[in-house]
Ligand binder design. Structure first.
Ligand code: URA
Length: 242
């Protein structure tokens, strides 16, 4: 890869901005000052430094966002704020996008990356990636609902794969329930529709996990962080380049 592209990919600015750094003799390649933007390097082997500080090349970026309510899971939208608006400049520069969608009024774990192969693998129906949600429900859910979830709920347009419904709390006085639901597919409004098929209504929905990734309790709604090395390693199960 050309050195100017490499430097731009490392987040040091646009291609023309990094040319300025080269001109100023601030960049070294394998210890030697380099001024040519055309110099070809091997990003996995060559040691590149700026002002003596080694650079780390990142092809793919991974962000864990605690999505708040009120923002859409898209990269741009005419009416609403998007999840990309909540990330940093680097994410936008590297064209990060959300892996799947959460409804505008759903909050919780959302992975964003520019690794298309990973996104494809995690969203593929063949991979049966488990997604766990915490739902506050208006109405009392019971064992017959759990059995219906386990059997495969029939919606108007499709029959859901067997899913797990765990009842955490039931408030008889308020006629509401707190439940944990695990599904391994991701159809439009799926959880809300499954609960509706049981004659109840989701009033709050939070995603707790997706495959090996869990919501980080330290992240406030709207906050994000990069994946930690062990979380990135956990994504190796998808068998794609990370
Ligand atoms: N199911 C839903 O109904 N909404 C979501 O945002 C995610 C799953």
């Amino acid at each position: 890869m050309r050195l100017d592209k490499y430097l731009a990919d490392c987040g040091l600015g646009s291609r023309s901005q990094v040319k300025g750094l080269l001109k100023q003799k601030r960049v070294t390649v394998n210890g030697q000052t380099e001024t040519s933007p055309k110099r070809v390097i091997d990003e996995s082997q060559t040691k590149v430094a700026l002002d003596g500080e080694p650079l780390v090349y990142e092809k793919y970026l991974y962000y864990l966002l605690n999505k708040p309510k009120g923002v859409v899971s898209a990269t741009e939208d005419k009416r609403f704020k998007t999840v990309l608006d909540l990330l940093d400049e680097r994410a936008r520069q590297k064209e990060v996008f959300p892996v799947g969608r959460l409804d505008i009024d759903t909050h919780g774990l959302l992975l964003l990356t520019n690794n298309g192969q990973l996104a494809h693998a995690m969203l593929s129906p063949k991979k049966h990636v488990a997604k766990i949600y915490l739902a506050q429900v208006s109405g009392l859910m019971d064992d017959s609902d759990s059995a219906y979830f386990a059997k495969g709920i029939e919606l108007e347009d499709f029959t859901c794969q067997p899913a797990h419904l765990e009842i955490l709390e039931r408030d008889e006085a308020e006629q509401c329930s707190l439940v944990k639901i695990t599904i391994s597919e991701g159809k439009f409004h799926q959880i809300k529709r499954m609960v509706k098929a049981c004659g109840k209504e989701v009033v709050d929905l939070q995603r707790l996990s997706m495959g090996p990734l869990q919501l980080d309790g330290q992240l406030q709604r709207g906050e994000f962080r990069r994946l930690m090395p062990e979380e990135r390693e956990a994504l190796e199960i998808f068998g794609v380049e990370l």
